[in-house]
Design a protein around this ligand. Structure first.
Ligand SMILES: Cc1cc2nc3c(=O)[nH]c(=O)nc-3n(C[C@H](O)[C@H](O)[C@H](O)COP(=O)(O)OP(=O)(O)OC[C@H]3O[C@@H](n4cnc5c(N)ncnc54)[C@H](O)[C@@H]3O)c2cc1C
Ligand SMILES: NC(=O)c1ccc[n+]([C@@H]2O[C@H](COP(=O)([O-])OP(=O)(O)OC[C@H]3O[C@@H](n4cnc5c(N)ncnc54)[C@H](O)[C@@H]3O)[C@@H](O)[C@H]2O)c1
Length: 493
């Protein structure tokens, strides 16, 4: 950077937000709504990973897959729609949902609500300051009177394997944006990205092999039956799932040729593409953390108002993936609402700061009521604690399970409906600590459980929340009846 291109203007705002993903956008919206001048800095596309390489494209790709699977369970319909998916149409609809990777719509929204946008790579530059490397090579230094919020998200983490970068592996970005279907796709990992993307690409015509390093199977952060039911359905769909295998090496001898993966059982797997769905790393390695005494490349630990705990004077906040509390869009946006309100309250004193449990300025749900829907066939949806997590946390619990196939609404929804529901009851306090549903169409059921868990609704009152007949939600009745009749395992069960 030459001195000639360095701009000397120092722009003062009340709040600077670094990163315009869903979380940064929401945080900026809340501080602006609190009457604070706000600028947001973005190095790629306004809308972030979620809009262009994660939630939106993945769900757009999954939707026809799930719809076709649902149709296949209905006589009269399955005979008409049983064929393969029309791949170009599926990809084109995905491209529409990503606005063809253009962010004009989101930029218009920022402008319409009065948030300034600075495009470029931002770095903290000491307390309450951010320097932006502009696309034209210039620099702009922004200063914040009150707060800086880091919302720079996460990127795919590749395992430290010899040769991994040279094989040009797919990460979540390629898996959600590819314009072509590989003939053979190897998927490394057994988490959410792995199962959703295996579902998509198998249905679009690839022969998919999932490589899971442990023996615990898929989706290990959920109740064990979630991973079991999803694995069963993926296998039926033609996916090969291999557990207890680790990748030890990767080669792509010819640039346009296949990839060969060396596995720790001595065998090799050849595929046209390999997707590493092996978790996330924080996008903090080059954001100037060292200028404020923090370790570059680290996750940013925050308190419940999303203030970075290690930084004195309380001016630095971090929300969304970058704080590693719950890596999902809805939870990051929740943190953004909390943090934005907390910044406003701290500056103005109105409303008074309320950082107590379930207070307006405390992201309490991050600890007690994080919902997640995995959009596979079947869907897997959970909120709050699993039975194992509740036991580990020392709660005295009862675990009640129900077969969803026994619910009239589920039988009507699909012939041969397979699914299961579980509630984890706090025996001392008489409310739910967690719930999990696995089965077709259960994703839309989850919010009822989130309300029950976050609201700490007593089981006695849940009896008065009457599910409509004949919906799948009637599983709530079956669970309550089972609990009333003494079914279910206790703390050691
Ligand atoms: C394949 C996939 C599917 C997913 N599906 C779902 C789903 O269905 N539901 C769900 O809730 N979650 C889903 N997630 C998770 C979700 O994508 C993330 O939790 C969410 O994107 C986090 O939002 P964020 O704003 O914190 O970060 P991001 O969306 O990553 O946005 C961060 C932004 O900051 C910008 N930035 C970074 N560094 C700088 C810098 N130095 N200067 C300027 N700008 C910078 C980036 O360019 C980016 O735009 C999925 C994730 C993946 C990978
Ligand atoms: N529907 C949704 O809500 C949704 C969808 C996709 C992603 N996400 C979020 O995005 C985040 C990232 O998802 P993800 O699936 O990449 O991560 P994850 O943490 O859910 O799963 C990572 C998987 O990779 C495995 N793994 C890690 N390192 C490995 C290695 N070196 N070799 C082999 N296997 C390895 C882990 O055992 C695990 O099975 C998650 O936190 C998830 O919540 C959410």
């Amino acid at each position: 950077m030459s001195a000639a291109t360095e701009r000397s203007d120092s722009d003062g705002y009340d709040v600077i937000v670094l990163g315009a993903g869903p979380v940064g956008e929401n945080l900026a919206d809340r501080t602006r709504a609190a009457g604070l001048t706000t600028v947001i800095v973005e190095s790629e596309l306004v809308g972030g990973e979620c809009s262009y390489w994660a939630c939106m494209p993945s769900k757009a790709l999954l939707r026809p897959v799930i719809s076709r699977a649902d149709a296949g369970r209905l006589p009269g319909l399955r005979e008409r729609v049983g064929g393969p998916l029309e791949v170009p149409a599926v990809l084109e609809r995905r491209d529409t949902f990503t606005s063809h990777w253009q962010d004009d719509g989101q930029v218009d929204w920022l402008r319409s609500v009065g948030i300034d946008l600075v495009r470029g790579h931002g770095r903290l530059d000491g307390p309450r300051a951010v320097t932006v490397e502009l696309p034209d090579g210039g620099r702009r230094r922004l200063t914040a009177r009150h707060a800086v919020a880091v919302c720079t998200g996460s990127r795919a983490a590749l395992p430290p394997l010899p040769g991994v970068a040279e094989v040009r592996p797919w990460t979540s970005r390629e898996a959600t944006s590819s314009k072509t279907v590989p003939r053979r796709l190897a998927v490394v990992g057994g988490g959410v990205v792995a199962v959703e993307m295996a579902t998509v690409w198998q249905a679009l015509g690839a022969a998919v092999t999932v490589l899971v390093r442990g023996q615990e199977g898929l989706l290990t952060r959920m109740e064990p039956f979630a991973g079991e039911l999803v694995a069963e359905a993926l296998t039926e769909a033609g996916v090969e799932i291999r557990t207890g295998v680790s990748v030890t090496a990767a080669h792509r001898p010819a640039p346009d040729g296949p990839v060969t993966l060396g596995l720790d059982d001595g065998s090799e797997l050849v595929a046209d593409e390999v997707l590493f769905a092996t978790g996330r790393a924080p996008r903090t390695e080059d954001i100037g953390l060292d200028t404020v005494g923090l370790e570059p490349g680290s996750w940013l630990e925050v308190d419940d108002s999303c203030r970075v705990t290690a930084v004195p004077d309380g001016w630095l906040y971090a929300a969304g993936d970058v704080n590693h509390r719950a890596l999902m869009t809805h939870q990051g946006k929740y943190q953004a609402r909390v943090a934005g309100a907390a910044i406003g309250a701290r500056v103005r004193g109105t409303p008074p700061l309320d950082t107590g449990r379930w207070g307006a300025h405390s992201a309490t749900a991050d600890h007690a009521a994080v919902p997640q829907v995995v959009f596979t066939d079947p869907e897997a949806a959970s909120v709050g604690l699993t039975a194992a997590q509740a036991r580990d946390a020392g709660h005295r619990i009862r675990v009640v399970d129900k077969d969803l196939a026994q619910v009239a609404g589920a039988g009507l929804y699909a012939d041969g409906y397979r699914g299961r529901a579980r509630m984890v009851v706090d025996e001392d306090r008489g409310h739910l600590l967690g719930a999990t549903f696995v089965g077709p169409a259960v994703g839309e059921l989850l919010h009822s459980a989130s309300v029950a868990v976050a609201g700490e609704v007593p089981l006695a009152r849940l009896w008065h929340a009457v599910p409509s007949y004949p919906t799948i939600s009637e599983v709530w009745l079956r669970l309550l009846e089972a609990y009333r009749d003494g079914e279910g395992a206790g703390a050691d069960g």
